[in-house]
Ligand binder design. Structure first.
Ligand code: SF4
Length: 387
């Protein structure tokens, strides 16, 4: 994909969802199918049709192909997907963002052929679903790779694509704080440019959820989860990573530009089953079932099943919540200028409660999470999203 330059406005991002995996991991509730590779060719046709409705050479600032597992596609199928994406979207320099083209990958899928296909299409960032370097933990998470496969995937990717991010999970069943410490050390030793780390949540509808109901799997207690999160913050920042969002850490100049666009309230296109977009003050979402999505799009129907037009106040509330996820928080005066609302008029009395509880603080004309606020941030957002 060619990268143009010279645009002087903030451009939207774009997301393409690839809903295929070899196997559904026990904790995963994403939009995907496993064991249905027979659907891939029809999916690729449906994506081409959906992309064609967006247009040709539409300028965007960042592009992200996620899943599922995009690299579950064969080299040839990936090439077909990337060519149709390249006809619709054109990555451009813009005022705030360097062009970034990321693809999520399973370490077990990485080989030179696929990396060459990605590189030739302009991909400049790989996000590897490493999750852990611990054999027993990987097995409990039902992952199909080993620590050696992760290391080899990083080396192969870096022959062509230098910017590599690792996803890591903590608080897996039976994991100890020492296990997590070793995971962090091994991740740091691989020298990634970026790390995203999430505490395992056991979601309704997953096999982990059922196992928990039958007392066959036990989530870690809150105190241990908290210790693990704080350990990640301390070890990664000591290793030279900037903690720039609740769950994200980057070496200097390697923040995820695509995710920064979400947190700053930017617009984004989205294509594929279950994909959610935000354009022209409207959020909309495609059908989550892969088979229904394919059938509908191939029959000439719109894949969109849900639309919501946002009011000025909705937009301001979302800006508040997404903006506070960033460690640098929100510029109080800038927020008022851009949304037309003061933080106080939107967020009191909850804001006062959170400040009194030392979860949020005003500092240097910005509103930010405190360290304690970082740990319990998910309990803060619901009170800001409704009047
Ligand atoms: S590889 Fe990722 S997307 Fe696929 S099932 Fe496992 S966790 Fe879900």
């Amino acid at each position: 994909m060619e990268i143009s330059s010279g645009n002087e406005r903030q451009l939207p991002a774009a997301y393409v969802h690839v809903p295929f995996c070899r196997h559904r991991c026990g904790y995963c509730n994403f939009t995907l199918v496993s064991g249905r590779d027979d659907l891939i060719d029809q999916y690729l046709k449906a994506i081409e049709l959906e992309l064609a409705t967006i247009g040709e050479t539409v300028p965007i600032s960042t592009l992200y192909i996620g899943g599922g597992t995009p690299t579950h596609l064969s080299g040839q199928q990936l090439q077909r997907l990337l060519s149709s994406i390249g006809r619709t979207f054109s990555l451009c320099n813009d005022l705030t963002t360097a062009p970034e083209f990321s693809v999520e990958a399973n370490p077990a899928d990485i080989d030179e052929e696929k990396i060459n296909v990605l590189y030739d299409a302009g991909v400049n960032r790989i996000s590897l679903g490493a999750q852990s370097f611990n054999a027993a933990k990987l097995k409990r998470l039902e992952r199909d790779h080993t620590a050696d496969i992760i290391r080899s995937a990083v080396s192969i990717a870096r022959i062509r694509i230098k910017n590599v991010s690792l996803d890591l999970i903590f608080a897996a069943p039976e994991e100890s704080v020492d296990d997590w410490k070793r995971d962090l050390e091994q991740a740091i030793a691989v020298d990634p440019n970026h790390i995203s780390t999430y505490g395992l949540t056991i979601e309704r509808g997953t096999t982990f959820w059922n196992r928990q109901l039958h007392n066959d799997l036990h989530p870690l207690d809150e105190e241990t989860q908290r210790t693990m999160y704080e350990l990640a913050v301390d070890k990664l920042t000591s290793a030279g990573f900037e903690h720039y969002e609740v769950s994200n850490f980057a070496k200097p100049n390697f923040r995820s530009a695509h995710n920064e666009n979400y947190w700053l309230g930017g617009e984004y296109y989205a294509v594929g089953p279950g994909a959610a977009r935000y354009l022209n003050r409207e959020r909309s979402m495609n059908h989550q079932s892969t088979t229904t999505y394919i059938k509908g799009v191939l029959a000439g129907q719109s894949p969109i099943v849900d639309r919501e037009k946002l009011s000025d106040e909705d937009i301001a509330r979302e800006r508040l919540v997404f903006g506070l996820r960033r460690i640098e928080g929100i510029d109080v005066a800038g927020f008022h200028r851009e949304t037309g609302f003061t933080i106080d008029e939107l967020a009191q009395p909850a804001l006062g409660d959170f400040i009194a509880a030392d979860l949020l603080r005003y500092q240097n004309d910005r509103l930010t999470l405190t360290r304690e606020g970082l740990i319990v941030s998910d309990s803060i957002w619901p009170r800001f999203l409704v009047p």
